[in-house]
Ligand binder design. Sequence first.
Ligand code: PLP
Length: 217
Amino acid sequence: MKIETMTIHGGNTIDQLTGSVNTPIYQTATFRQISMGVNSGYEYARTKNPTRSALESLIRDLEEGDEGFAFSSGMAAITTVLSLFSQGDRILISNNLYGGTYRVIDKVFKRFGINYTMIDTSDLLNVENAFSIAYKAVFIESPTNPLLGISDIAGISRIAKMHNSILIVDNTFMTPYLQKPLLLGADVVIHSGTKYLGGHSDLMQWVLYSAHKILFS
Ligand SMILES: Cc1ncc(COP(=O)(O)O)c(C=O)c1O
């Protein structure tokens, strides 16, 4: 399917009840169980809701990933990804990340014992040299916000894999229309949907990320 068609039809299943070609907004907190402990696949809206599921499937299809997960903001998605790490883990980050991402790493996760090293990831040699110590993950944007710095996603992915590390890419400034980091070897992709994914500056706190199942299986 071409991406133009995918943006309309990806993840969008026809509503079984009415035949609606667009996904209805399910405004319910709780879903009735068919019998004790048996449900339709939906139980409680915080964990899963059909409207959100359609959005998650769409971003999964657009990024060609295994799973998609929607959050209330880009920072919520980033915080969730960083929560995968444990006390004592180290991450390698680009020196040109979005300020909010840097702040949550430096001011919040560092207090929880997740340490970081910051380097210029636009030079692959810097990335290679940094791996003289172990890192659980490399976190980059390409292009970066706001300086539009470029890093070689495929090259960094190769180095990360050689060292048993994963690559997280914030793809906010490109969207899957122009760049698909998972196909270049990244393991996790994050978006702030308020930017080019939404496209019209009329979408608040709408964000998702798509990830390879390696992390979530
Ligand atoms: C590259 C990038 N990542 C993440 C974020 C954070 O996203 P949000 O504002 O949706 O929390 C932003 C916001 O400007 C951003 O530009």
